[in-house]
Design a protein around this ligand. Structure first.
Ligand code: GLA
Length: 709
């Protein structure tokens, strides 16, 4: 059928939370006619007239409009959404809309290509928070195989979106922003690590040149997927811009037999008229609305990795647990080194049983003391991996992802288990479950320390199967162990993505605990991931990642804005530092509701030597702001910083929180620090406050509490 049935609507309009999406099937192809701010009462004819650009010379006689499929058969030369073939033919699809059905905030469209014998189904769901979730699937209606190379979700952005923003990174330096002109051509960000990776972009954004964190328009697409990803931005020869996201399908990975269906991972599309903070607000609200979102108070966590590394000694760890509890820690996590022959990173991965060498009396003495002290107990695993020097590998060397006949190169002396192999999957699930249930583990830190190379199951690319297996394994562990929480770690922040956000409770944001580096990493990871899902720890005085030395104040302010914790040998901390930690954990406990439910604000500050950010309660009754002096200021007194987002008409008490003291170089403090002051939200947003003259790499924390209604 070439056109929708006459009873079916030709256009669907989804509207929620200041976002409107118009899906137009009136021409027989499926077109996103609008994605942005609501258009008011605009009829379909008028929208078509407004979006018609006339016909230039040297083009088709009637200009083609890129629909969701972007087919060459329609005269389009931009990147098509679907790529595939039936042997040597069937490479050029032409889909027409068979049906379009709107049901409240959801729209379903079915497209067919009768000649190619493919059916495509699209589902668009606009959540109450204004996030558009797009799912597509393709079914092979033919009798022979259809080889699928790509099925990407493309969303148009207006011409005024003249810049792109995406993210890159490496171990210890994840999520570094790259803002570039949105030039003609195709920008491709592909992740080929078989995990999202340190370089993963989480979202691909389009911005106007005026868009900042606090204001301006922004469009962003993110893939709910932890395997191979594609994020694209294309400006075609007609000057039209579009963003896309989709799974990176390896050659031969998706060959659809007769009747078989391929489903894309869900794509989340975020529009904001309130700058990048508006993208964050939408994403955080959407993720927080899930019934599975971690909603219990996020416990202060101590992870022992940077305190002891592989040196597991019961007495020392008991002393650390006592010390942790005494400063207010609520969850104690035993990291790598407790199992099999794992005394260093050369061996033991795959053997998930408590090592009698490292733990002659088992884990029970530690676990029971941790629990007596009122803390939860967490344990490290890296279940997708195996060391060649392990009982598991000696027994099953064929259980790894590999191209038959070759062994992939080692990374951190390890290989990747093939979780599409049901025996390998069952081994990991059963061994991990046995330890978790026997030892009373409340929380798993699950690592993934190497990327995949030659990721084949029986010779066929298997990144998708591997990715689905880890999701299913996490879900099963949580089903079998009610209340169990899982942290996703991959050498720090190497598997932070919107797909894993659906299966894990927390991410280890980065192995970088240097507070200065962390400021940037956290600023951008929170673009879509809410801070309560991001582990932010106070690291050792001398950073193990950079060798820099930061005050406890700088480290405490930085680690407050997330799921706070400590990763430091507290047995070496001074009494003053322990006292500062006690004050900090008390403040965190007191304000975590605000920190984890409020609206994040990244302040546009005129002085590039400082970063300013905060969180404002949804009812604007309170807020916390950090002013971070990253380098020395160019002027002899630093610029005032604004504290936006509060109720303009309410008055707020302003308090400087002391978390150990920031080093300053000045003759007198600004007056708001010396005496108690209240100010309106309007004044705080416009006049702001002058920071004290701080040493570089110092930070202050300002607390605001509404004193009138
Ligand atoms: C990775 C993690 C660290 C730690 C080590 C243990 O590097 O990111 O936090 O767990 O593994 O080997």
């Amino acid at each position: 059928m070439a056109h929708p049935t006459s009873a079916a609507p030709l256009v669907a309009t989804l509207t929620a939370a200041d976002v409107e999406v118009v899906i137009d099937a009136s021409t027989g192809q499926l077109v996103i006619a609008h994605w942005g701010a609501p258009l008011g009462h605009l009829d379909h004819d008028a929208l078509q007239a407004l979006t018609d650009s006339g016909v230039p010379h040297s083009d088709l006689d009637e200009s083609a409009v890129p629909g969701l499929m972007r087919e060459s058969a329609r005269g389009l030369t931009c990147t098509p959404a679907l790529r595939g073939h039936r042997g040597r033919t069937g490479f050029s699809p032409l889909f027409t809309v068979d049906s379009l059905v709107q049901n409240g905030s959801r729209c379903l469209a079915v497209l067919v290509d009768e000649a190619l014998q493919l059916t495509l189904s699209w589902t668009f769901t606009l959540t109450p928070e204004g996030v558009l979730l797009v799912d597509a699937s393709v079914r092979n209606d033919g009798t022979d195989d259809y080889t699928l190379d790509a099925l990407d979700v493309w969303m148009p952005v207006p011409e005024r979106a003249d810049e792109t923003l995406d993210f890159t990174g490496r171990w210890l330096k994840e999520r570094q922003p790259q803002r570039l002109p949105f030039a003609p051509g195709l920008r491709v960000r592909e992740g080929r690590e078989g995990r999202s990776g340190h370089d993963h972009t989480i979202v691909q954004c389009a911005l106007t040149s005026r868009t900042g964190t606090e204001s301006g328009e922004a469009w962003a697409l993110g893939l709910l997927w932890s395997g191979g990803c594609r994020h694209l931005a294309e400006r075609d020869t007609a000057g039209r811009g579009a963003l896309a996201a989709g799974e990176l399908i390896e050659p031969g990975e998706q060959v659809l037999a007769a009747g078989q269906v391929y489903r894309t991972p869900t794509v989340a599309a975020f529009y904001s008229a309130e700058g990048l903070d508006g993208i964050s607000a939408r994403s955080h609200a959407w993720l927080r609305s899930r019934p599975t979102h971690p909603s219990s108070p996020r416990p202060v966590t101590l992870n022992v990795w940077e305190a002891v590394y592989f040196d597991h000694d019961l007495d020392r760890l008991l002393a650390l647990a006592e010390r942790a509890a005494s400063v207010g820690v609520e969850r104690f996590v035993l990291d790598d080194g407790w199992f099999g022959s794992r005394r260093d990173d050369w061996s033991g991965l795959g053997d998930w049983w408590v090592s009698p060498d490292a733990w002659p009396t088992g884990l029970a003495p530690l676990v029971s003391r941790v629990k007596e002290l009122g803390m939860q107990f967490g344990l490290w695993f890296e279940g997708e991996m195996v060391n060649p020097d392990s009982d598991l590998y000696r027994a099953h060397p064929d259980w790894i992802l590999q191209v038959p006949g070759r062994t992939p190169p080692l990374a951190r002396h390890q290989l990747v288990l093939d979780l599409a192999n049901p025996d390998a999957y069952a081994h990991v699930l059963e061994q991990v479950h046995a330890v978790v249930s026997a030892e009373g583990v409340d929380y798993i830190k699950w690592d993934h320390n190497r990327f995949l190379t030659d990721p084949a199951h029986l010779g066929v690319a298997a990144v998708r199967r591997q990715t689905e297996a880890i999701y299913s394994l996490f879900d099963e562990l949580r089903r079998r162990n009610p209340g169990l929480e899982i942290e996703s770690c991959a050498s720090g922040g190497g598997r932070i993505d919107l797909g894993m956000a659906m299966h894990a409770d927390r991410f280890w944001t980065s192995d970088q605990n240097d507070a200065l580096e962390r400021q940037q990493i956290q600023r951008w990871t929170t673009l879509v991931i809410p801070p309560e899902m991001l582990g932010t720890h106070i690291g050792p005085t001398d950073s193990h990642g950079t060798g820099r030395r930061h005050s406890i104040q700088m480290r405490a302010v930085t680690a407050l804005f997330g799921h706070a914790g400590i990763e430091w040998n507290l047995l070496e901390a001074t009494d003053d530092e322990l006292e500062a930690l006690r004050r900090w954990t008390a403040l965190y406990r007191d304000r975590r509701d605000l920190l984890h439910r409020g609206r994040g604000v990244r302040v546009e500050h005129p002085d590039p030597s400082a970063l300013v950010h905060g969180v404002v309660a949804q009812d604007r009754s309170e807020a916390l702001f950090a002013y971070v002096q990253c380098t020395t200021t160019p002027a002899n007194r630093p610029a005032a910083f604004r504290l936006p987002g509060l109720d303009p008409d309410s008055r707020y008490e302003i308090r400087l929180e002391d978390l150990g003291g920031a080093a300053t170089v000045q003759r007198r403090e600004p007056a708001w620090i010396e005496r108690s002051v209240t100010a309106t939200g309007a004044a705080l947003a416009s006049v702001g406050l002058h920071p004290p003259i701080l040493w570089p790499e110092e930070a202050i924390l300002v607390s605001l509490t509404r004193v009138d209604a």
